[in-house]
Design a protein around this ligand. Structure first.
Ligand SMILES: C[S@@+](CC[C@H](N)C(=O)[O-])C[C@H]1O[C@@H](n2cnc3c(N)ncnc32)[C@H](O)[C@@H]1O
Length: 378
C-alpha cells in the first residue's frame, strides 16, 4: 500500500503527520495524525468489522515481548504507534521555521520534547547537526525504555550521547529522573554540560542547558484537564527556555467532527490502525480517544485500546489566554483545514486539501476538521 514517488513528493508539503516521508522511505507505509481520520473504503470498514468477533482480541496489553501462538514475534504497540501516528520530520521543519520567524539570530540547537512518549521527534532532532541536543520528558517509563532500546540505540553513540530522557510529570519537571538503561554510561559521559566543578556531567533536569524550543505534540496538552494545570505547565515550559529567546510549540485539533463519536481506520501493509473518539461531553469538553491495531500477519489478532487518552479539548483562545498568563510575550496560531471527515471515509488517496500548508491566521472560520500549531514566544 505504498505510494509512488510522485505521490510522496506531493505529500511532503502536507501537514506534518501526514508527511510520512520518514516512514515511507523506510517501510513504504503511510502515516497520519492521531486525530486525523484515515481513508478507508466502506468495504474495508465492513470487512474489518466482520472480523471483530472471529479474531482474538487483546485489551490494552503491551504485547511488545509476546510471541504469537506459532512462536513468531508480535510487534510492540510502540512500534505500531510510531509507524501509524508519527512523522517527526514535518514537525521539525515547522519548529525551525517558527524559531527563525519569531526569534532568529541563531540556529535552534536545544530541544525539549514534553509528553515525549517514545521520543521519536527528539531522536530525529539530533540527526542534522552535531551540536544539537534533546531532552524528552514523559510519565510513561515503558515508552521511554522503548525509545532507549529501539530509537536511541539505533542512531549511534555519537548521536545518542546528546539525548536525555526523563521520567516524570511535566507539572513537576524538577523531580523527573533520568531514565536508566544500558546506555546510561554513554549518557553520563555526555558533554552536554558540566557542573560547577567542571568534572561531573550534568544529568539533573534543572541543570541542563536552557532550551531554544520546547514542544508538546500530538495534542498532549489535552491530557491536562484544568486551567490551573495548563498555566502551571506553560510556566514550566517558559522557565526551561533560553533567556536569549525561545519558543514553545504545541498542536491542537478541532472542528465540528471533533465534538462527536467517530471511528476511523486505515490499512497498512502489516496492520490496520483504528482511531476511535468516544462521545464528546460538552459540559467538561472531554472525550476519550482509543487507538486499536489489527495485525494482519498474525491471524488478524487485535490489540484493542493499545493507547487510550482522556482529553479535554481546549479551545484556541483558552490556550492563548493561558500562555499569556504564564508569561509568554506573544502567541501565534498556524492553522490548516483537514479533509472533511465524511468524505475521507469514502475516497481513496488523501483527498481534498492535500496541498494545503499551515498558514498564520488571526481569524479562521469553523470547519469540519482543522489542525493548529500554537506558538508561544518567550
Ligand atoms: C498523545 S501521547 C503523545 C506522545 C508523543 N508526544 C507523540 O507526539 O506522539 C501523550 C503522552 O503524554 C504522556 N503524559 C500524559 N500526561 C503527562 C504528564 N502530566 N507528564 C508527562 N507526560 C505525560 C503520556 O504518557 C503519553 O506518552
Amino acid at each position: 500500500m505504498g505510494k509512488n514517488k510522485k505521490q510522496r513528493n506531493q505529500h511532503q508539503n502536507q501537514r506534518n503527520r501526514k508527511d510520512a516521508s520518514y516512514y515511507l522511505e523506510d517501510n513504504e507505509q503511510q502515516s497520519y495524525p492521531l486525530t486525523q481520520p484515515p481513508n478507508l473504503s466502506d468495504q474495508e470498514q465492513d470487512s474489518d468489522d466482520n472480523n471483530e468477533d472471529q479474531n482474538p482480541s487483546t485489551d490494552n496489553n503491551n504485547i511488545s515481548n509476546n510471541n504469537d501462538d506459532d512462536g513468531t514475534h508480535l510487534p510492540s504497540k510502540f512500534s505500531l504507534y510510531q509507524q501509524s501516528v508519527q512523522s517527526p520530520k514535518g514537525d521539525i521543519s515547522y519548529l525551525q521555521k517558527f524559531f527563525l520567524t519569531y526569534v532568529g539570530g541563531r540556529a535552534p540547537l536545544h530541544l525539549q520534547e514534553d509528553f515525549c512518549g517514545t521520543a521519536l521527534l527528539s531522536t530525529e532532532w539530533l540527526r542534522s547537526d552535531s551540536r544539537r541536543t534533546s531532552i524528552g520528558l514523559d510519565l510513561d517509563v515503558e515508552a521511554l525504555d522503548y525509545c532507549m532500546e529501539n530509537n536511541v540505540n539505533k542512531i549511534g553513540a555519537d548521536i545518542s550521547s546528546r539525548i536525555f530522557l526523563y521520567h516524570g510529570n511535566v507539572l513537576q519537571p524538577q523531580e523527573a529522573k533520568l531514565v536508566k538503561s544500558n546506555l546510561q554510561n554513554i549518557m553520563h559521559n555526555a558533554t552536554l554540560e558540566e557542573n560547577e566543578n567542571g568534572s561531573e556531567p550534568v544529568t539533573n533536569y534543572e541543570a541542563l542547558p536552557s532550551r531554544d524550543i520546547v514542544c508538546a505534540f500530538n495534542y498532549s496538552c489535552c491530557c491536562l484537564h484544568t486551567r490551573h494545570e495548563l498555566v502551571s505547565y506553560f510556566k514550566n515550559a517558559l522557565q526551561a527556555l533560553s533567556k536569549k529567546g525561545g519558543i514553545f510549540v504545541m498542536d491542537l485539533y478541532g472542528g465540528t467532527s471533533s465534538e462527536c463519536e467517530l471511528r476511523m481506520q486505515r490499512k497498512f501493509p502489516n496492520f490496520t490502525y483504528t482511531w476511535e473518539q468516544a462521545g464528546f461531553d460538552i459540559v467538561q469538553r472531554k472525550t476519550r480517544i482509543s487507538l486499536h491495531y489489527t495485525l494482519h500477519k498474525h491471524q488478524n489478532k487485535k490489540l484493542r485500546h493499545a493507547f487510550s487518552y482522556s482529553w479535554r479539548l481546549w479551545s484556541l483562545p483558552e490556550i492563548k489566554d493561558c500562555l499569556e498568563e504564564a508569561g509568554f510575550r506573544s502567541v501565534h496560531f498556524w492553522i490548516r483545514q483537514m479533509p472533511d471527515s465524511e468524505n475521507i471515509k469514502s475516497i481513496q488517496g488523501f483527498g481534498d486539501g492535500k496541498d494545503i500548508k499551515y498558514e498564520e491566521v488571526t481569524s479562521f472560520q469553523q470547519q469540519d476538521s482543522w489542525n493548529a500549531y500554537i506558538v508561544g514566544v518567550s
